[in-house]
Design a protein around this ligand. Structure first.
Ligand SMILES: C[S@@+](CC[C@H](N)C(=O)[O-])C[C@H]1O[C@@H](n2cnc3c(N)ncnc32)[C@H](O)[C@@H]1O
Length: 329
């Protein structure tokens, strides 16, 4: 890992951060604004004097937006109206510049809760990608917490840096250009998330970085990858293992004809959750009931096969006739 390329920051100037300064009734330079245009397009902009937003509806000058009331209406040079709104984290993630597939807000929001992230937590993620999930993580752990985010590809690492800077969350993130193959530099972190193709290769590193009982999560697009990860996690050190998937269905908000949208994003990824334990714990005792039952069934089957073999050998030597063995349940 190229330690020299670690992007490190000093403690953020929390008071001046757009996320922590007192909210006024009107917008100010540096504010993040969602412009909702009259054709229902959404633009996220950071207000800066003398800057402009050019779009198909004309030009919106930031100077005309600065000082506008939140919830007010502004006009483009072509006379199109737009609402001035506070962007949600969902808006921020959707508006990031993308160089990779990103984690969608529905999954990101749930991951934050499932990993119990809150202000002050320390969390590791890999890979950073475009910074989609990093945005949600940083938002959750700021201002005292930290996100340590690893990415192998330099271009992608830089893109994420720009994306996080554009939404004022960079002060809460340490972006590390490097491969997690060499392990993580942090220890005792509260949570660790992997969005890489072969997360099972890094489980030892995961356990060394997490505090005992810390939260592990991963997102994987295919079930075969999930099975592989489960098999590796079961070899020890992980308990409270769960596999989940979130389906989000939007509705057409028409009171008299309320019905789902015609299309939906049917698959984003499977989410895997677990807690990391120190190696003293017999983790198999805390695996899911279904898993324990299946393991017991395999063991009964193996015992029956062994007994059948023993009886067959006994009979071949002229031994007694045996009643049939029970079928495994
Ligand atoms: C799907 S993208 C991550 C997207 C990100 N979660 C987001 O929401 O924007 C996966 C990233 O992991 C990076 N990656 C893959 N293997 C890695 C490794 N061993 N160490 C660090 N980064 C890795 C890839 O370069 C890629 O950018």
């Amino acid at each position: 890992m190229d330690r020299g390329d670690i992007h490190s920051q000093t403690m953020p100037e929390v008071a001046s951060s757009v996320w922590f300064r007192a909210k006024a009734d009107v917008t100010a330079p540096g504010d993040l604004v969602l412009l909702l245009t009259d054709d229902l397009k959404r633009y996220v902009v950071k207000l800066q004097p003398r800057q402009t937003l050019h779009c198909h509806l004309g030009i919106y000058a930031h100077d005309a937006l600065i000082g506008a009331p939140w919830g007010g209406v502004v006009q483009s040079t072509l006379g199109h109206s737009a609402l001035v709104l506070e962007p949600s984290v969902d808006d921020l993630i959707r508006h990031l510049r993308r160089g990779t597939q990103i984690i969608y807000p529905k999954d990101a929001a749930y991951l934050v809760h499932r990993m119990n992230l809150r202000a002050g937590c320390r969390v590791i993620e890999a890979g950073t990608g475009s910074g989609g999930l990093t945005t949600a993580l940083a938002w959750a752990v700021a201002p005292q917490g930290r996100v340590y985010s690893y990415e192998t590809r330099l271009e992608t690492h830089r893109l994420a840096r720009n994306n996080l800077e554009s939404v004022d969350l960079l002060p809460f993130v340490e972006l590390i250009h490097g491969d997690i193959e060499g392990g993580f530099s942090q220890q005792g972190v509260d949570a660790l998330f992997l969005d890489v193709r072969t997360p099972w290769l890094y489980l030892e590193h995961v356990r060394s970085a997490l505090r005992s009982g810390g939260f592990f999560a991963g997102l994987l697009p295919t079930t075969n990858q999930v099975s592989e990860l489960l098999l590796h996690m079961e070899r020890g050190g992980f308990v409270d293992i769960a596999v989940e998937e979130l389906l989000l269905r939007a509705y057409k908000p028409v009171p008299d004809r309320l019905r789902p949208d015609d299309t939906m994003n049917a698959h984003t990824g499977f989410l895997v959750f677990a807690r990391s334990m120190d190696s003293q714990v017999d983790s198999a005792r805390w695996h899911a009931k279904e898993r324990q039952r299946y393991r017991a069934r395999l063991q009964t089957k193996a015992e029956i096969s062994a007994e059948e073999a023993r009886r067959a050998a006994d009979q071949a030597q002229g031994g007694k006739k045996y009643p049939p063995l029970p079928l495994p349940g």
